[in-house]
Design a protein around this ligand. Sequence first.
Ligand code: DX5
Ligand code: ZN
Length: 220
Amino acid sequence: MRAILAPSILSADFGRLGQQVKEVSDAGAEYIHIDVMDGMFVPSISFGMPVIKSIRPCTDKVFDVHMMVEEPGRYAEEMKKAGADLLCVHQEACCHLDRTVSQIRELGMMAGVALNPATPVFTLDCILEKVDMVLLMSVNPGFGGQKLIPYTLEKVRQVRERLCVLGLEEKVRIQIDGGVNLENVDKALKAGANVIVAGSAVFGGDAGENVREFLKKMEY
Ligand code: DX5
Ligand code: ZN
Protein backbone atom coordinates (compact mmCIF):
# COMPACT_ATOMS: atom_id res chain seq x y z
CA MET A 1 0.00 0.00 0.00
CA ARG A 2 1.21 3.50 -0.81
CA ALA A 3 2.01 5.66 2.21
CA ILE A 4 -0.37 8.49 3.08
CA LEU A 5 0.41 11.76 4.84
CA ALA A 6 -2.00 12.89 7.56
CA PRO A 7 -1.21 16.43 8.77
CA SER A 8 -2.43 16.93 12.35
CA ILE A 9 -4.37 20.19 12.61
CA LEU A 10 -3.61 20.37 16.35
CA SER A 11 -0.55 22.42 15.37
CA ALA A 12 -2.41 24.57 12.81
CA ASP A 13 -3.29 28.23 13.27
CA PHE A 14 -6.88 27.95 14.55
CA GLY A 15 -7.53 31.55 13.54
CA ARG A 16 -7.39 30.44 9.93
CA LEU A 17 -8.08 26.75 10.27
CA GLY A 18 -10.16 26.38 7.11
CA GLN A 19 -7.44 27.94 5.00
CA GLN A 20 -4.76 25.73 6.55
CA VAL A 21 -6.83 22.62 5.84
CA LYS A 22 -7.11 23.75 2.21
CA GLU A 23 -3.37 24.38 1.99
CA VAL A 24 -2.40 20.88 3.08
CA SER A 25 -5.14 19.27 0.96
CA ASP A 26 -4.07 21.15 -2.16
CA ALA A 27 -0.44 20.18 -1.51
CA GLY A 28 -1.39 16.48 -1.65
CA ALA A 29 -2.14 15.29 1.88
CA GLU A 30 -4.78 12.55 1.65
CA TYR A 31 -5.91 12.45 5.26
CA ILE A 32 -6.59 15.32 7.65
CA HIS A 33 -5.69 14.12 11.15
CA ILE A 34 -8.04 15.61 13.73
CA ASP A 35 -7.09 15.23 17.40
CA VAL A 36 -10.04 15.27 19.79
CA MET A 37 -9.10 15.48 23.50
CA ASP A 38 -11.45 15.36 26.46
CA GLY A 39 -9.26 16.46 29.38
CA MET A 40 -9.81 13.02 30.96
CA PHE A 41 -8.11 10.40 28.81
CA VAL A 42 -5.39 12.98 28.17
CA PRO A 43 -4.71 16.09 30.25
CA SER A 44 -5.54 18.59 27.52
CA ILE A 45 -8.78 19.65 25.82
CA SER A 46 -8.76 20.42 22.09
CA PHE A 47 -12.04 20.73 20.16
CA GLY A 48 -15.05 18.69 19.11
CA MET A 49 -17.90 18.28 16.67
CA PRO A 50 -18.68 21.95 15.86
CA VAL A 51 -15.11 22.63 14.74
CA ILE A 52 -14.98 19.45 12.64
CA LYS A 53 -18.30 20.35 11.04
CA SER A 54 -17.10 23.86 10.23
CA ILE A 55 -14.01 22.66 8.31
CA ARG A 56 -15.81 19.83 6.50
CA PRO A 57 -16.66 22.01 3.47
CA CYS A 58 -12.98 22.99 3.06
CA THR A 59 -11.87 19.66 1.58
CA ASP A 60 -13.05 16.28 0.41
CA LYS A 61 -10.00 14.51 1.89
CA VAL A 62 -10.46 11.78 4.50
CA PHE A 63 -11.22 13.15 7.97
CA ASP A 64 -9.17 10.91 10.23
CA VAL A 65 -10.47 11.61 13.73
CA HIS A 66 -8.22 10.50 16.59
CA MET A 67 -10.37 10.22 19.69
CA MET A 68 -8.31 10.80 22.83
CA VAL A 69 -11.50 10.47 24.81
CA GLU A 70 -12.82 8.08 27.48
CA GLU A 71 -15.49 5.76 26.06
CA PRO A 72 -15.47 7.36 22.60
CA GLY A 73 -18.41 5.25 21.45
CA ARG A 74 -20.59 7.86 23.15
CA TYR A 75 -19.70 10.30 20.37
CA ALA A 76 -19.46 8.01 17.33
CA GLU A 77 -22.79 9.01 15.81
CA GLU A 78 -22.19 12.73 16.34
CA MET A 79 -18.71 12.43 14.83
CA LYS A 80 -20.16 10.76 11.75
CA LYS A 81 -22.67 13.61 11.41
CA ALA A 82 -19.88 16.17 11.82
CA GLY A 83 -18.00 14.61 8.90
CA ALA A 84 -15.64 11.95 10.24
CA ASP A 85 -14.66 9.28 7.69
CA LEU A 86 -12.33 7.30 9.93
CA LEU A 87 -12.82 7.13 13.67
CA CYS A 88 -9.87 5.94 15.70
CA VAL A 89 -10.40 4.99 19.33
CA HIS A 90 -7.90 4.06 22.03
CA GLN A 91 -7.84 0.46 23.21
CA GLU A 92 -7.12 1.86 26.69
CA ALA A 93 -10.25 4.06 26.63
CA CYS A 94 -12.82 1.43 25.63
CA CYS A 95 -14.25 -1.02 28.13
CA HIS A 96 -15.95 -2.93 25.28
CA LEU A 97 -13.62 -2.40 22.35
CA ASP A 98 -15.29 -4.95 20.07
CA ARG A 99 -18.66 -3.25 20.53
CA THR A 100 -17.21 0.21 19.87
CA VAL A 101 -15.43 -0.94 16.70
CA SER A 102 -18.63 -2.60 15.43
CA GLN A 103 -20.59 0.55 16.21
CA ILE A 104 -18.16 2.67 14.15
CA ARG A 105 -18.40 0.32 11.18
CA GLU A 106 -22.19 0.13 11.38
CA LEU A 107 -22.28 3.92 11.17
CA GLY A 108 -20.40 3.64 7.86
CA MET A 109 -17.02 4.91 9.02
CA MET A 110 -13.65 3.23 8.85
CA ALA A 111 -12.51 2.02 12.26
CA GLY A 112 -9.09 2.50 13.79
CA VAL A 113 -7.69 1.39 17.12
CA ALA A 114 -4.87 3.29 18.82
CA LEU A 115 -2.29 2.17 21.38
CA ASN A 116 -0.33 4.35 23.77
CA PRO A 117 3.44 3.87 23.69
CA ALA A 118 3.53 1.49 26.68
CA THR A 119 0.58 -0.69 25.63
CA PRO A 120 1.80 -3.94 24.03
CA VAL A 121 0.79 -4.83 20.49
CA PHE A 122 -0.63 -8.26 21.47
CA THR A 123 -3.59 -6.48 23.11
CA LEU A 124 -4.98 -6.04 19.57
CA ASP A 125 -4.69 -9.70 18.55
CA CYS A 126 -8.42 -10.39 18.83
CA ILE A 127 -9.57 -7.27 17.00
CA LEU A 128 -7.09 -6.95 14.10
CA GLU A 129 -9.42 -8.60 11.59
CA LYS A 130 -12.14 -6.06 12.32
CA VAL A 131 -10.21 -2.82 11.95
CA ASP A 132 -9.11 -0.68 9.01
CA MET A 133 -6.19 0.91 10.81
CA VAL A 134 -3.91 0.48 13.81
CA LEU A 135 -2.55 3.73 15.24
CA LEU A 136 0.69 3.40 17.16
CA MET A 137 1.38 6.42 19.33
CA SER A 138 5.04 7.36 19.15
CA VAL A 139 4.64 9.95 21.93
CA ASN A 140 2.42 9.97 25.01
CA PRO A 141 -0.81 11.46 23.68
CA GLY A 142 -2.02 14.89 24.69
CA PHE A 143 0.27 17.42 23.07
CA GLY A 144 1.91 18.20 19.77
CA GLY A 145 5.59 18.97 19.38
CA GLN A 146 7.05 16.10 21.46
CA LYS A 147 9.97 13.84 20.59
CA LEU A 148 9.39 10.40 19.05
CA ILE A 149 9.98 7.57 21.54
CA PRO A 150 12.36 5.19 19.72
CA TYR A 151 10.99 1.87 21.07
CA THR A 152 7.63 2.56 19.43
CA LEU A 153 9.22 1.84 16.04
CA GLU A 154 9.69 -1.74 17.18
CA LYS A 155 5.94 -1.89 17.79
CA VAL A 156 5.35 -0.76 14.20
CA ARG A 157 7.52 -3.67 13.06
CA GLN A 158 5.57 -6.07 15.30
CA VAL A 159 2.20 -5.00 13.90
CA ARG A 160 3.55 -5.19 10.34
CA GLU A 161 4.74 -8.74 11.00
CA ARG A 162 1.44 -9.75 12.59
CA LEU A 163 -0.56 -8.36 9.66
CA CYS A 164 1.64 -10.29 7.21
CA VAL A 165 1.12 -13.54 9.14
CA LEU A 166 -2.64 -12.99 9.12
CA GLY A 167 -2.70 -11.98 5.43
CA LEU A 168 -4.09 -8.56 6.36
CA GLU A 169 -1.29 -6.31 5.14
CA GLU A 170 -3.36 -5.06 2.18
CA LYS A 171 -6.40 -4.44 4.34
CA VAL A 172 -5.19 -2.82 7.55
CA ARG A 173 -3.13 0.36 7.58
CA ILE A 174 -0.54 1.22 10.23
CA GLN A 175 -0.47 4.81 11.38
CA ILE A 176 2.32 6.37 13.40
CA ASP A 177 1.56 9.51 15.40
CA GLY A 178 3.85 11.79 17.36
CA GLY A 179 7.22 13.41 16.80
CA VAL A 180 7.50 12.45 13.14
CA ASN A 181 9.49 14.92 11.05
CA LEU A 182 11.42 15.10 7.79
CA GLU A 183 14.50 13.65 9.48
CA ASN A 184 12.93 10.49 10.91
CA VAL A 185 10.00 9.76 8.56
CA ASP A 186 12.12 7.25 6.60
CA LYS A 187 12.59 5.19 9.79
CA ALA A 188 8.82 5.09 10.34
CA LEU A 189 8.24 4.00 6.74
CA LYS A 190 10.97 1.38 6.91
CA ALA A 191 9.47 -0.06 10.10
CA GLY A 192 6.21 -0.56 8.20
CA ALA A 193 4.01 2.48 8.84
CA ASN A 194 1.91 3.62 5.89
CA VAL A 195 -0.05 6.50 7.39
CA ILE A 196 2.26 9.23 8.65
CA VAL A 197 0.86 11.82 11.05
CA ALA A 198 2.81 15.06 11.33
CA GLY A 199 1.65 18.11 13.25
CA SER A 200 4.38 20.56 14.17
CA ALA A 201 6.59 19.38 11.31
CA VAL A 202 3.86 20.44 8.85
CA PHE A 203 2.24 23.47 10.46
CA GLY A 204 5.42 24.81 12.06
CA GLY A 205 6.22 26.70 8.87
CA ASP A 206 4.83 26.91 5.34
CA ALA A 207 2.32 24.05 5.59
CA GLY A 208 1.93 23.50 1.84
CA GLU A 209 5.69 23.45 1.28
CA ASN A 210 6.22 21.08 4.22
CA VAL A 211 3.60 18.67 2.86
CA ARG A 212 5.39 18.63 -0.50
CA GLU A 213 8.71 17.90 1.24
CA PHE A 214 7.15 15.02 3.17
CA LEU A 215 5.56 13.57 0.06
CA LYS A 216 8.91 13.63 -1.76
CA LYS A 217 10.46 11.61 1.06
CA MET A 218 7.51 9.25 1.13
CA GLU A 219 7.75 8.25 -2.53
CA TYR A 220 9.71 5.12 -2.05
C1 DX5 B 1 -0.71 13.91 20.16
C2 DX5 B 1 -1.55 13.89 18.92
C3 DX5 B 1 -0.76 14.03 17.68
C4 DX5 B 1 -0.01 15.34 17.59
C5 DX5 B 1 1.14 15.13 16.67
O1 DX5 B 1 -1.49 13.64 21.26
O2 DX5 B 1 -2.26 12.69 18.82
O3 DX5 B 1 -1.55 13.83 16.54
O4 DX5 B 1 -0.78 16.40 17.14
O5 DX5 B 1 1.91 16.29 16.68
P1 DX5 B 1 3.47 16.25 16.38
O6 DX5 B 1 3.63 15.74 14.98
O7 DX5 B 1 3.88 17.67 16.55
O8 DX5 B 1 4.10 15.34 17.38
ZN1 ZN C 1 -3.23 12.19 16.86
